[in-house]
Design a protein around this ligand. Structure first.
Ligand SMILES: [Zn+2]
Ligand SMILES: [Zn+2]
Length: 171
């Protein structure tokens, strides 16, 4: 349910009266009591994560690195603010690999091989989550196709009207 401005204020007043800080969600042993905006994880269940904010943009990447990593023609991913991301379990099962020529670190489950997310090692705010790693529909839809100049010859890019970029799409 979405609260209107006034009922949100009333709720905040009640929370304040109850001694609950209206700005910061109540926490139980360091875990947010608020529902996460999205949850996800790998196929074997070892690695689990959640987002405090829903992703707002997504796209397909047709680069040759994504083709190799995923074994498919493109990778669908949602760009997120890495500060809204939290690993809930499986840190010891999480593996990361960075191409020697640079780029984002690609993170996957070392047990089952599921691709999970990528992140900029120099800027924690820049992350992308693999769309299929979400448990449920994250709401956002891909709106662009990047690196189309390198698209797999065996799968034509669909004529879906999405924004196309020959190289990467600027963040
Ligand atoms: Zn796994
Ligand atoms: Zn790519």
């Amino acid at each position: 349910m979405r609260l209107s401005g006034s009922s949100q204020r009333n709720r905040d007043r009640r929370r304040a009266a109850a001694g609950v800080d209206p700005i910061r969600p109540a926490t139980v042993s360091g875990v947010s009591a608020e529902q996460p905006a999205a949850r996800g994880g790998c196929l074997c269940g070892a690695v689990r994560f959640e987002l405090s904010k829903p992703p707002t943009q997504a796209g397909y990447c047709h680069c040759t690195r994504c083709q190799r990593r995923t074994g498919t023609a493109s990778s669908a991913q949602a760009r997120i603010d890495g500060r809204s991301f939290r690993l809930t379990t499986g840190e010891d099962s999480l593996a990361a690999w960075r191409h020697p020529d640079g780029g984002f670190e690609k993170c996957f489950c070392a047990r089952c091989g599921s691709h999970l997310f990528s992140r900029n090692p120099d800027d924690a705010a820049q992350m992308s989550i693999r769309m299929a790693a979400f448990d449920e529909d994250p709401g956002v839809r891909p709106s662009w196709r990047a690196f189309v100049a390198y698209a797999a010859p065996w799968e034509p890019i669909p004529d879906d009207g999405l924004e196309r970029h020959q190289e990467g799409r600027p963040r």
